[in-house]
Design a protein around this ligand. Structure first.
Ligand SMILES: Cc1ncc(COP(=O)(O)O)c(C=O)c1O
Length: 383
């Protein structure tokens, strides 16, 4: 379909048009531009305080983030990968246990499991939502299953309640889903515990690495606090081998400036998805589908196309940021091959080979979405 105005396209082949507006894959700078003075003030506040680790900024951020999620507690840690390992251990996962985890996700979702001594068991996803379902999880359950990691992939909301109804605790990997909304609440407050990454490109991004664990179970939160500080509650007695994994004061102060804007940024991401729909992108590629009643804050806008790599090359020529994610799913990664499932994971393999992330940000405009859509249409004509 032709999405450029007729006046522009009249007499021209679409593919002969020069790119008029490059569109980056992410835009983390534009949303932060109006906050520069506040961000500087936050950094100055930390410098003036002389407290850099486990101080008042982290305590305040933990309280504010837990309130935002509707969870009882938040525990700041060094990154989203440590958050998963520590949360699993705080849930009691250890050697001899199995943890069900999707294969179509970032490596860290599964990498965190052997770090606890447990075994990852890979499950499939639903192709249209990219998330695990109760059915795909059920196929991977055994008597040794101790937990399920439900990844809210690309900002979509995995069906946590349906998975919990199988009788197994759920750890939400919400690294990509800050700002999303589900029917039962926000990702981060749906399962036994949840983990977040504040890597700079995330929906809520620090200026370095950062992460958090959220839970409404006070004892679980306390165990996570103990594990993030060398397995000690009081810094004197070390009860367990733990980690040195804290969200530092500078990152916490920066996140506190951003948190009040997260919902507006999430709306911007939802508007970006609507712009793509209105531009007719769905007639050219398979669009991601929100899970029932979910309002995803699309972290990545990932479409599917039979020749996704060729499409990505064409888009790059037109100045459009596009890249595939997780082309080699985790059960085919050398480091995890020992845990490869006996059964096939057909939706995982198809998602891995056909996906392509298109530009998405909190400020993606209708014009940008039209430009991307025109470039996708043009690339289709060229082939
Ligand atoms: C789904 C998912 N899980 C876990 C992580 C790990 O987070 P981090 O990079 O902060 O360790 C990431 C992000 O990179 C992610 O996208």
């Amino acid at each position: 379909m032709v999405v450029r105005p007729p006046a522009v396209t009249a007499g021209l082949r679409l593919d002969s048009l020069p790119p008029t507006m490059p569109v980056p894959l992410f835009d983390t700078a534009a949303p932060l531009a109006p906050l520069r003075a506040q961000l500087r003030a936050a950094v100055e506040r930390v410098l003036d305080s002389g407290r850099y680790v486990l101080g008042p900024e982290l305590a305040a951020f933990e309280e504010e983030f837990a309130a935002h999620l509707g969870a009882g507690h938040a525990v700041g840690v060094a990154n989203g990968t440590d958050a998963i390992t520590i949360a699993l251990r705080a849930m009691g996962v250890g050697p001899g246990d199995e943890v069900v985890v999707p294969s179509f996700t970032f490596f860290a979702s599964a990498e965190a499991v052997p770090a606890t001594g447990a075994t990852p068991v890979f499950c499939d996803i639903d192709l249209e939502t990219f998330c695990v379902t109760a059915e795909t999880v059920r196929a991977a359950l055994t008597p040794r299953t101790r937990a399920v990691i439900a990844v809210h992939l690309f900002g979509n909301v995995a069906p946590v309640a349906e998975i919990e109804a199988l009788g197994v605790p759920v750890l939400e990997d919400a690294a990509q889903a800050a700002g999303s909304l589900g029917a039962q609440g926000r990702p981060g407050a749906l399962g036994t515990a949840a983990t977040f990454s504040f890597f700079p490109s995330k929906n809520l991004g620090a200026f370095g690495d950062g992460g958090a664990i959220a839970t409404s179970d006070a004892r679980l939160a306390e165990r996570a606090r103990m594990l993030r500080f060398h397995g000690s509650h009081d810094k004197v007695v070390h009860e367990q081998i733990g980690y040195n994994s804290r969200l530092d004061e500078l990152q916490a102060s920066i996140l506190r400036v951003q948190l009040p804007h997260l919902d507006a940024w999430a709306e911007g991401r939802r508007a970006g998805a609507r712009h793509y729909e209105h531009a007719g992108l769905g007639e050219l590629v398979a669009l991601p589908r929100a899970t029932p009643s979910a309002r995803p804050a699309w972290h990545l806008y990932v479409v599917r196309h039979a020749r996704a790599d060729a499409l990505a090359r064409e888009l790059a020529r037109a100045g459009i940021g596009a890249r595939p994610y997780y082309r080699t799913p985790l059960h085919r990664q050398p480091a995890l091959a020992a845990y490869a499932p006996r059964a096939a994971l057909p939706a995982t393999d198809e998602a891995a080979s056909t996906n392509l992330a298109l530009p998405m940000s909190a400020v993606l405009s209708a014009e940008q979405a039209a430009e991307v859509t025109a470039a996708v249409a043009s690339a289709g004509e060229r082939r």
